[in-house]
Structures are given as C-alpha cells and as structure tokens.
Design a protein around this ligand. Sequence first.
Ligand SMILES: [Zn+2]
Length: 54
Amino acid sequence: MPTCHHCDATHTAEELTRHERPGVVLVHCPDCDCLLGRYRRHGDAPETDRLREA
Ligand SMILES: [Zn+2]
C-alpha cells in the first residue's frame, strides 16, 4: 500500500484520490492531497518515459 511521504498516512489504492488525465492517472493522498504518484492507464497509447532497448 502506498504511504504518503507528506503526512505519513497509509492508504489502499482504492482510498486514494484519483485525477484522470489523458493517458495518465494522478493519485493524491485523501488526507493532505499531496501527489503520491502517477500511473499510466491501460488501453491508452503508452507514453515513452524510458527507453527499453534490448
Ligand atoms: Zn498525505
């Protein structure tokens, strides 16, 4: 479970505040509203944020 680095609260993924953006979901702490992370949505065209050369 993600732990907020700001207020130290631990929440399940379902409890987090989600803000959907094109191609990405931003998740915020429901207590202090700080950004906990961002996740690429499935089913959308993936953004290249790292090179995966074999
Ligand atoms: Zn927090």
